[in-house]
Each structure stands twice: as C-alpha cells, then as structure tokens.
Design a protein. Structure first.
Length: 407
C-alpha cells in the first residue's frame, strides 16, 4: 500500500508540526508495511522531522497554462511534472497532512499545497482526504471557489467544526464527513524526567511553588477597533496582569514559544512583554528560548501545575497532559476545542479583555485546579478515542467495500 502525504506549513510552526508528526506516527502504527511518501515544501527539513517516511520529495509548482499556477511558478524547486503526477497516481490514498483547513493559510498555500495535488488525485481516480483538520468560513469569493474545488470529492474528517455540516455541504459537494479530535492529542510526549530537565536548564533561578506556563502570541489584538495584527493592546494586557499573578501566588512563570526559527515571532513578542516588567520579577519568570520539538513542548507543559495559552496547540498539550488551562483566544477553532473538552468556562475572548478580568479568572483557575485536573484526566480517554477515529476514517476510504464511500 502506498500513501502520499502533502504538507501545508513549515516545521517552524510547532502546532502544525505536532499534527503532522502524530498523524504520521498513527499511520505507521496502523500500516507498518505501507510505503509513505511526503510531498514537502522543505524536503531537507522534513526528512529530519519525519524519519518514518519512506521518501520525502519536493512539491512541484511549474509554469503552466493556468495564470494561477504561473503566479507561483519557480517558488518551489521540484521533481518533474510527470514524476509529481505519477507519485500521486500510483498511490492508494492522498492525505493532506498537518495544518489547518485546506485553505486556512491564504490563497497561495491553497493553490500550491491543496488544489494541485487534489486535482491530480481526482483525475487519476485516487481517493483523497483531509483528516483531523479544521474548516473555516471564507469571505473572499475567489478563495471560496478555490476551496470548493479542493473539497470536491474529498473525504473530510474534521477535528473542529466552526462551520456547520450544512454550510459545508452547501460550499462544495463533498464525500463523507466525520467529526473527530485533533491528531496532536495522540502525540507521544517527552518523558517527565527529561522534560523537567529541559525546563530547569533554562530557569533563571530555583523555581519553587506553583509552576505556571504561559504562551504569548504575537498577533492578537485586545481592542476590536485596532488592526487585527496590532500588538500593543495584548502587550499592555500581559504587562499589567503578570505582576498581579506573581504577587498573589507563590509561583514561577515559564514562557513558551510555539514558533521555531526563522519565524520566532512568539519569542520576540515575549521578550518585549517581559522587558517592560519590574526587575524584581526576573528571578520568577523563565523565558524558554530553545527550539524544542512538539514532543518536548508537550512533555514540558505536562510538568506544570497551570497553563495559560494564547494558541491552540499549547492549550491542547496542557489539556491532554491533565494540566488545568485557561485559553485566551478569539478564533473559532479554539472555541471548538474548549467546547469539545467541556472547558468553555476557561475560554476568554481577547477582544475587549481587561487585566482585571484576566486576573480574576486566573485566581479561579488556581483555586479549582485540582478538580479541573481530575476532570481532564477522565476526559482524555474520550479525546484519544476521537483522535484515533481519524485512522478509522482513513481505513474506510482505503476499503470502501467495508463501509466507506469514495467519491
């Protein structure tokens, strides 16, 4: 059996790398003898991150009759057009691997990493699926039309459902649709001893008391009138709130980045936030600067007592490790996740959020931490089952006679 994977985002995006790694691990466990080929934007980089693949090939973008394709010609060095087509045409399944909606990362990625492979598979009669991914609304008409082309005939297995199935079916004539959980829930974490050592190696002092994790995202706005990428409101919010957390708790704060180089935006933003704090807090705030793998990040977060996340996947890592969490986020994918784990109470929309509200919610989380941790550990079995359902759906695609349907 031959499975071809195509990736969306680079390995510098740790959350999407976590999805892809967990997805590949799950495929390899279910079909240990399968040939797995990865069509990659960065083949040398992904050969390191995904050693379980049999081959890592560069994706192909060529100058062709299509104006849309010509826009992106030459951006990716690749194999020949015939080799690209044959790689997909010879497969039993084309699977879109690790990262958001088929069009969730802009027009260019939609064309390059979803539309061309999907069309190639469709013309060759190869089933293709988006498994464990989110599906989002689109306001741009051209984007919507391209998105519909990508989805046409696909089997969709979505971990987050910000749009209803009715809306999805109206968007494009699709194949089967299933609701599952994010692949990253299945990612094997670094062991607790090793993870603790990684954190301690970057600590500026001897941590004592509560161990609290925080991820600071660089592109969220507090005031809805601000530009969506305006950072000042978020920076001021956390500069005001972090000292209040530390004043009212015997705690150390560990600040995580979910970007790796060269796109270390979270780390740079965290430096800006922390640089504006009084020097008396420095011994209790630990900025983790290392370029950690998703497994290491998940294990490190699992050693903490509480977590405050401004991105989806560090929040998911915390929940999957039984760490009480508060998500500070506006996106529907985070709302969907917090609803799925029955933790909507601990979701705070960023827009309009003030320091007092964030501080009070933190106190509630701290005081109820034991009960929340117990609930999350019980919930984990359900979430693991839902995440494993991604593989069950893929098996149905590969074996339609056993109950699946390939369009």
């Amino acid at each position: 059996m031959k499975i071809v994977l195509t990736r969306v985002l680079p390995a510098s995006q740790k959350g999407d790398l976590a999805i892809a790694q967990a997805e590949l691990d799950s495929l390899r466990k279910r079909w240990p003898n399968a040939e797995i080929v990865l069509l990659s934007r960065r083949p040398e980089e992904d050969a390191v991150h995904f050693p379980a693949t049999n081959r890592v090939l560069p994706e192909l973008i060529t100058a062709s009759a299509s104006p849309v394709q010509r826009i992106f010609s030459g951006m990716l060095a690749g194999t020949s057009r015939r080799a690209f087509k044959n790689t997909i045409a010879d497969a039993d399944l084309l699977l879109f691997c690790g990262g958001g909606s088929p069009g969730g990362y802009g027009f260019g990625n939609l064309v390059k990493h979803a539309l061309l492979p999907a069309r190639t598979a469709r013309r060759a009669g190869v089933p293709y699926a988006f498994a464990g991914l989110g599906l989002h609304r689109y306001s741009n008409r051209l984007h919507r039309r391209l998105h519909a082309q990508v989805l046409r005939g696909a089997v969709l297995v979505t971990a987050r459902d910000p749009i209803s199935f009715g809306e999805l079916q109206a968007l494009a004539p699709c194949g089967d649709i299933g609701l599952t959980a994010d692949w990253a829930w299945l990612l094997d974490p670094e062991g607790p001893r090793e993870a603790r050592a990684l954190i301690d190696a970057e600590s500026t002092g001897q941590p004592g008391g509560l161990r609290v994790g925080l991820n600071l995202r660089s592109d969220q706005a507090v005031d809805p009138e601000h530009n969506p990428r305006h950072r000042g409101g978020t920076m001021d919010l956390f500069r005001e709130t972090i000292p209040r957390w530390l004043e009212h708790s015997v705690a150390d704060l560990f600040v995580f980045s979910m970007n790796g180089p060269p796109a270390s935006n979270d780390l740079g933003f965290a430096r800006s936030v922390l640089g504006g704090l009084d020097s008396k807090w420095r011994s209790r705030i630990h900025l983790l600067r290392g370029d950690y793998s998703p497994r290491q990040l998940k294990g490190m977060i699992g050693t903490l007592d509480l977590f405050v996340g401004t991105r989806l996947h560090p929040s998911l890592f915390a929940a999957s490790m039984g760490v009480p969490l508060m998500a500070v986020h506006d996106h529907s994918k985070v709302r969907g996740f917090m609803r799925q784990i029955d933790q909507e109470r601990w979701l705070l929309p960023v827009k309009g959020l003030c320091s007092e509200a964030l501080f009070q919610k933190w106190l509630e989380l701290r005081d109820e931490a034991s009960d929340i941790a117990g609930f999350l550990k019980k919930k984990s079995a359900t979430m693991e089952r839902l995440a494993l359902a991604n593989i069950d759906w893929i098996e149905r695609v590969l074996n339609p006679a056993d109950g699946g349907r390939v369009v």
